[in-house]
Design a protein around this ligand. Structure first.
Ligand code: PEP
Ligand code: MN
Length: 343
């Protein structure tokens, strides 16, 4: 249940509502939008039967939320959230681009990639130091060394760093170097990991699981938010279907669905979503047209030599072409007033 306060409710009104909620053993969480304040009630709402919150001063109405996730739902937080990652705003109307190699392979490779990524206007450098590979014999990532290279690349370019954390034991280490922690598709329902990144104090990029429904994905976000971390950005990266031509089936309808169901920003990864570099440009443009708040794309100075995901990685030239199209499309959408924000 959420208790929606009047726009002119006083601080004392909100305090009284919180006290009333807590008096019956429920938890209250206040979310502050620019227009309205909302008190979320966590726990068994039948306990509120004895407390007439709707009649309290400053209360506009209470709304029952039927979904199993609350903090991530738009019912709970009607205004779209903007997640601020050390000054870069995700969800504010201008697409945010996270680009870089699949994996950090060497200092030279990462620095070259970082310069390319920066030159075409991306705000984030991506690159895995911990790689969740299908085969244990495939390149697993440079781990600590990779994190140090990423931090050096940030110093060099000013790009923000987003990188994956695959195990609870590495959260503190990765959080020391990264601006944003990525939870990969394979770990979307690793609930222990989700709870711990919920406590790490850094924004989280939550990729959709390989076979996750939208409901499961938003519940995964709820796990992180319920630990006190509201800074979650969702990433659609394709799901497994019967189609084999593409690596995954990129579900762009999920963008519109998530915009309706949740206030969280959502970005799209057309690289993992298709597995083919030729399909990255059309799907990136389609993602922006469908209302995505940004993109994650793999770029490699020399994809033919990449240690992972070469076939889906853009060359520097193709990356610049994609970025050129993205900026033009997003400017057109803004100028013409056809940007899709919420539904
Ligand atoms: C990645 O972005 O490096 C990655 C492994 O992606 P996913 O978890 O979506 O497969
Ligand atoms: Mn990859």
């Amino acid at each position: 249940m959420v208790i929606i306060m009047n726009p002119d409710a006083s601080a004392q009104n909100i305090k009284d509502v919180i006290e009333a909620v807590e008096s019956v053993g429920l938890e209250a969480k206040v979310m502050e939008g620019s227009q309205q304040k909302i008190v979320g009630v966590i726990g068994d709402k039948t306990k509120l039967a004895s407390v007439p919150v709707d009649a309290m001063d400053g209360v506009e109405q209470s709304v029952s939320i039927s979904k199993s996730y609350k903090l991530a739902s738009r019912e709970f937080h009607p205004q779209s959230s903007v997640i601020d990652v050390d000054g870069v705003k995700i969800g504010g109307g201008t697409p945010v681009v996270m680009a870089g190699p699949c994996a950090v392979e060497s200092r030279e490779q990462l620095f070259e990639a970082a310069d390319i990524v920066k030159s075409a206007g991306a705000q984030f450098l991506r690159g895995g130091a911990y790689k969740p590979r299908t085969s244990p014999y495939s390149f697993q990532g440079l781990e600590q060394q990779g994190l140090e290279y990423l931090a050096e690349a940030r110093e060099r370019t000013g790009l923000k760093i987003v990188t994956e954390v695959t195990v609870v034991e590495a959260i503190e280490q990765v959080a020391k170097y990264a601006d944003m922690l990525q939870i990969g598709a394979r770990n979307m329902q690793n609930f222990g990991l989700l709870k711990e990144v919920g406590k790490c104090g850094k924004p989280v990029l939550l990729k959709r699981g390989l076979a996750a429904t939208i409901d499961e994905w938003l519940n995964a976000a709820e796990y992180i938010m319920n630990e006190g971390n509201p800074d979650v950005v969702l990433c659609e990266r394709g799901i497994r279907t019967y189609e084999t031509y593409t690596r995954n089936t990129l579900d762009l309808s999920a963008v519109a669905a998530v915009k309706h169901l949740s206030h969280l920003p959502v970005i799209v990864d057309p690289s993992h979503g298709t597995g083919k570099w030729r399909m990255v440009r059309p799907m990136a443009l389609a993602a922006i047209a469908s209302g995505a708040d940004g993109l994650m794309m793999e770029v490699h100075p020399n994809p033919a030599k990449a240690l992972s995901d070469g076939p889906q990685s853009l060359t520097p030239e193709h990356y610049r072409e994609v970025m050129n199209g993205i900026w033009k499309l997003s400017k057109f959408m803004q100028d013409e007033g056809i940007a899709v924000s919420e539904l």
